[in-house]
Design a binder for this molecule. Structure first.
Ligand SMILES: NC(=O)c1ccc[n+]([C@@H]2O[C@H](COP(=O)([O-])OP(=O)(O)OC[C@H]3O[C@@H](n4cnc5c(N)ncnc54)[C@H](OP(=O)(O)O)[C@@H]3O)[C@@H](O)[C@H]2O)c1
Length: 264
């Protein structure tokens, strides 16, 4: 890549939310590195966006659950000083109870939703901190605070990503580096085909378009939000949730068992 524009690296850019991020970030003038396994899709997206926006786009075929592919991406994130934005978007979630889920699916969910975003963030952050600029957008889920019997693993991985994002935000508070967690609710993508339950099985009134989701998330990013809940209309609900969390933690610091746990 030869231009001097900032570069955004987007994982899972071959469909759904990631593909819309590619479009919107190209509109904003970023050169792009698009990552996914379906390289044919990446090529088609790349050709279209290059034509429409005149940006430089590199497509990388990578399976983020495969060690060698992850190492190559980590190397790129450590070495390319033009990378200014990492969008950790790739994710999956087979909908199944923990007991019934096969090992391949369970391991893929943990690797893709936890290990990959953590390692990619750790690879890019030292350069961001050194340059005192850069941003990470982690695509989480509202399932971070809702666990159903068929979403245990998925919900747990998204809780991790939210906690990871909030911790990073605190670590980086004195720097110019930004971290945003985006928590979509149901969004019309291929996610549900892979999850094993068709999108049509859900209340369609509660499903957002990918365009609305990403546009709202980017407005939240522009407004400096650390956690963006595009579908939540009452922003006070998140503040109340965070306040309750903080109050609960404060209440743990007593050093003595609560009276209800008195041995009889
Ligand atoms: N759709 C929803 O309702 C919803 C709600 C909350 C959160 N989210 C989150 O949104 C993010 C994007 O999902 P989506 O809804 O846009 O679904 P999607 O259309 O299925 O997109 C998933 C993306 O991840 C990539 N991916 C999957 N496995 C991969 C692997 N092993 N290595 C590399 N890339 C891989 C896919 O590309 P390839 O198959 O080409 O590799 C695809 O580009 C996920 O993190 C998901 O958890 C979605």
């Amino acid at each position: 890549m030869s231009s001097s524009k900032p570069v955004a690296l987007i994982t899972g850019a071959s469909s759904g939310i990631g593909a819309v991020y590619a479009n919107r970030l190209a509109e904003r003038g970023y050169d792009l590195v698009l990552v996914a396994r379906r390289v044919d899709r990446l090529h088609a997206i790349s050709e279209k966006l290059t034509r429409q926006h005149g940006v430089e786009i590199r497509t990388l075929k990578a399976d983020l659950t495969v060690e060698n592919d992850l190492v190559s991406l980590e190397d790129l994130l450590r070495s390319d000083e033009r990378i200014a934005l990492l969008v950790n978007n790739a994710g999956n979630g087979k909908l199944s109870s923990t007991v019934d889920m096969c090992d391949v699916d369970a391991n893929a969910t943990l690797a893709l939703n936890i290990v990959a975003p953590t390692r990619l963030a750790r690879a890019v952050l030292p350069g961001f901190v050194k340059r005192n600029t850069g941003a990470i957008i982690n695509i989480g889920s509202v399932m971070a605070f809702c666990t159903l019997p068929i979403t245990t693993l998925y919900s747990a991985t998204k809780s991790y990503l939210l906690t990871f994002s909030q911790g990073l935000k605190a670590e980086l508070a004195e720097t110019g580096v930004r971290v945003q967690a985006v928590l979509p609710a149901g969004t019309a993508t291929e996610f549900y085909d892979h999850a094993g339950i068709p999108l049509s099985a859900f209340d369609q009134a509660a499903i957002m378009t990918t365009e609305n989701l990403v546009d709202a998330a980017l407005v939240g990013f522009d407004q400096g939000e650390d956690v963006t809940l595009p579908s939540v209309h009452d922003a006070g609900l998140w503040l109340a949730y965070e306040n309750a969390r903080s109050t609960l933690f404060g209440a743990t610091q007593t050093g003595v068992p609560a009276p209800r746990y008195k041995r009889t």
